[in-house]
Design a protein around this ligand. Structure first.
Ligand code: NAD
Ligand code: DAU
Length: 346
């Protein structure tokens, strides 16, 4: 394909940074502009190897900043917009939903408005399976499943999805929505289950499992997600929604037990702590549409992906030790202090 100019938002976060690295390696002629506000979750270190890449530009800013977004759209004349920028952590949305509305809802609308009428050929909204809510077995979410978000985070992502669909129906802006299951891999912020458990285990600290630990998530290795997004950008059909998942359901307890085994750490590190309010019991994604229409399938099985992820955290201890300092320590105390003390008291 001829050269593409791509606006990637939230590229300094976990999935965004993996996506930019994947795209510049696979399509070195494509130009990527990364617009990121650098919140607590955004980290310039995640892309330090690409700083001098001739086809990469970083812009610090908020996707909800109309003037900035309009200026960038006019200046760069993007073919594609890929919107990763979001407040992404459910527990933080329970503490304070306001920043979730600002970025996930208003920010998405500002980007859509900026893209309208500027020749953008595809606006890809990176959404989540959490918009579907919780699901008892054996069902799986299809693209037609109703939206029943539980947390303020999920509600904000569902609202954004509806706005994206409205821009397609009302203004004919070419959009696609992707809904991925839980990602894991390098550069994930250690507030999320897998990097939290790996880094705590490496420090011989307690591993806080919410409730009975039998909540189910459907895990996908981040590179498989990035490959799906690349495929959808090139061959996806405007107006469509695509579920992305690797058919890999696990209980949280099972995930933690595998991590402990791979690290050679004792099971006695596990603590069952007070549950997350409104905790969705189970997510399970049906990726048939992506497989049958675009030929995508995951390439990394769970044990291989976890091994790679653990190796990355072991080799990049400086990265996560820097992240787990400052604001993170206060966050950890707010989130886990009482929970862990209560668990110790039995
Ligand atoms: P993350 O929290 O690691 O990164 C978010 C990035 O967005 C950060 O770099 C942050 O600085 C940036 N950002 C936040 N607010 C911004 C704003 N107003 N303007 C510009 N930049 C801003 O998130 P992630 O886990 O990489 O998730 C990326 C996207 O994928 C999100 O939209 C999320 O909803 C979606 N998603 C994540 C998962 C997952 O398992 N992590 C699964 C499915 C979908
Ligand atoms: O499903 C996709 C979603 O996955 C994304 O949209 C979100 O951005 C992403 O954060 C993730 O949401 P979850 O709430 O599923 O992820 P989290 O890593 O926070 O939790 C995974 C499971 O582990 C969930 O059942 C809660 C549990 N958990 C989590 C933490 C942080 C614990 O038991 N203990 C913990 O300390």
């Amino acid at each position: 394909m001829e050269q593409r100019r791509i606006l990637v938002t939230g590229g300094c976060g976990f999935i965004g940074s993996n996506f930019i690295r994947y795209m510049l390696l696979k399509h070195p002629r494509y130009r990527i502009v990364n617009l990121d506000k650098l919140t607590y979750a955004g980290n310039l270190e995640n892309l330090s190897d690409l700083e001098t890449h001739p086809n990469y530009r970083f812009v610090k800013g908020d996707i909800a900043d109309r003037a900035l977004v309009a200026g960038l759209m006019a200046e760069e004349k993007f073919h594609w917009v890929v919107n990763f920028a979001a407040e992404s952590h459910v527990d933080r949305s329970i503490e304070d939903p306001a920043p979730f509305l600002h970025t996930n809802v208003l920010g998405t609308q500002v980007l859509l408005e900026g893209a309208r009428g500027t020749g953008v050929e595809l606006f890809l909204q990176v959404s989540t399976d959490e918009v579907y809510g919780s699901l008892p077995p054996p069902g799986r979410f299809t693209e037609e499943s109703p939206l029943r978000p539980s947390s303020p985070y999920a509600a904000s992502k569902a609202a954004a999805d509806l706005m994206v669909a409205a821009y397609w129906r009302t203004y004919g802006l070419p959009v696609v929505i992707t809904r991925s299951s839980n990602n894991y891999g390098p550069y994930q912020f250690p507030e999320k289950l897998i990097p939290l458990m790996i880094s705590n285990a490496l420090e011989d600290k307690e591993l806080p499992l919410y409730g009975d630990g039998l909540y189910v998530r459907d895990w996908i290795y981040v590179e498989d997600h990035c490959r799906a997004l690349d495929l959808i950008l090139h061959r996806g059909k405007p107006g469509e929604t695509y579920n992305i998942g690797a058919e890999n359901e696990r209980t949280n307890l099972e995930v933690v037990e595998i991590i402990l085994r791979l690290l050679g750490k004792p099971r006695s590190l596990i603590r069952f702590v007070q549950d997350r309010p409104g905790h969705d019991r189970r997510y399970a994604i049906d990726p048939s549409k992506l497989r049958e229409e675009l030929g995508w399938h995951p390439e990394t099985d769970f044990e291989t992906g976890l091994n790679r992820t653990i190796k990355w955290y072991v080799e990049n201890e400086n990265w996560w030790r820097r992240v787990k300092s400052g604001e993170y320590l206060a966050y950890y105390e707010r989130m886990y202090g009482d929970r862990l003390r209560k668990a110790e008291q039995g």
